[in-house]
Design a protein around this ligand. Sequence first.
Ligand SMILES: NC(=O)c1ccc[n+]([C@@H]2O[C@H](COP(=O)([O-])OP(=O)(O)OC[C@H]3O[C@@H](n4cnc5c(N)ncnc54)[C@H](O)[C@@H]3O)[C@@H](O)[C@H]2O)c1
Length: 297
Amino acid sequence: MSRHLEGKVAAVTGGGRGIGREVCKALSAQGAAVVVNDLGVSVAGQQETVSPADEVVKALKAAGGSASSNHQDISTPEGGESLVNQAIKDFGQLDILVNVAGILRDRMIFNMTIEEWDAVVRVHLRGHFCTMRPATAHMRERKFGRIINFSSNSAQGAPGQPNYAAAKAGILGLTWSSALAMHKYGVTVNAIMPGAATRMTDTIPAGRLAGAPAESDAAAGTPMDPANVPPIIVYLSSDEAKDVTGQCFGASGYRITRYTHLEPDRVIFNNGPWDIDHLFKVFKQTLGTGLKAPRMF
Ligand SMILES: NC(=O)c1ccc[n+]([C@@H]2O[C@H](COP(=O)([O-])OP(=O)(O)OC[C@H]3O[C@@H](n4cnc5c(N)ncnc54)[C@H](O)[C@@H]3O)[C@@H](O)[C@H]2O)c1
C-alpha cells in the first residue's frame, strides 16, 4: 500500500502529547516529515521544565521518519513564525499545518477571572492565528496547503467552559473565513471536533465523555484512544482532499461525523420597520415555536 503523504512537510502544534502526538505519528507513518511543536505546559497552561516534543521526535526517527522539534509558544507571533520558518529551514517547505495545542481553565461564567478568559482564548484562538498567518502567506506563494484546525464539541455550548467554548467557536469562524479566502490558492482549511481520553479529559467530571475510560492511562486500544482521531486528519492533509474545505468533522472513537454549517431556520418579514408591539404579538407563534437549546453530544 502506498503512503499518502510521501514528500510532504507538516507542522503540528501541541504535538508532544495526547491527540497531537498521535497526529504526528500518523502523518509520519504516511511519509510526511514532521516538525513537532510543544511548549510543554500543564493542562492549565503553566510551563513545565521539559518539552515532550523531543521524545516524539525521537520516536518518529526511530520508526524511520524525518522530524525535528520546536519548543515555542504558538500563542505568540514569534512562536508561529518560528514553526513555519523551521519547517522551511529543516525540510524546504510547509505543506500541512495541524493546530492541536490547547489548554483549559474551566469556570462558570459568573466566577471566571479575566486571566482565565484571556489565557484560554490566547492559546486556542490567537494561537491559531499566529501559526496560520505565516503559514497561509507561504502556502499562497506555493499554491498548495492543508490546514487542519482544532475546534471542540464544547463550542456548541459547554456550560462550564465559556472561555474555551468561545475560543473553539471562534476557530470555526476563522476556519470558514480562511477556507473561502485560500481556496483559489490551492489551500484547504478544515476543522476537527475530536474526542479522546487524554490528560485534558482527565480533568473533566467522570461520565461526560461517552466511552472514555476512567483515566487516559487506560485508553490504549479502547475507542477513546487518541490514536483513533488522526485518520480523517491524514485524509484532509492529502492531495486527494483538494476540494474538501471549510468543513468541520467530528472524530471520536470509531466515528467520523460531518457537521452542517449554520443555516437560516425560520424568517419573518415585515413591509417596513418592525413595530415593537407587533413583534411581541407574533413572536411566540413564529420564531418562538420549536426552539432548541444549543446541543452538545
Ligand atoms: N481530548 C478531547 O477529547 C478533546 C475534545 C475536544 C477538543 N480537544 C482539543 O484537542 C486538542 C488536543 O487536546 P489533548 O486532549 O490532546 O490535550 P493535551 O493536554 O494532552 O495536549 C495539548 C498539548 O498542547 C501543548 N500546548 C499547550 N499550550 C501550548 C502553547 N502555547 N504552545 C505550544 N504547545 C502548547 C501542551 O504542552 C500539550 O502537550 C486541544 O486543542 C483540545 O482543546 C480535545
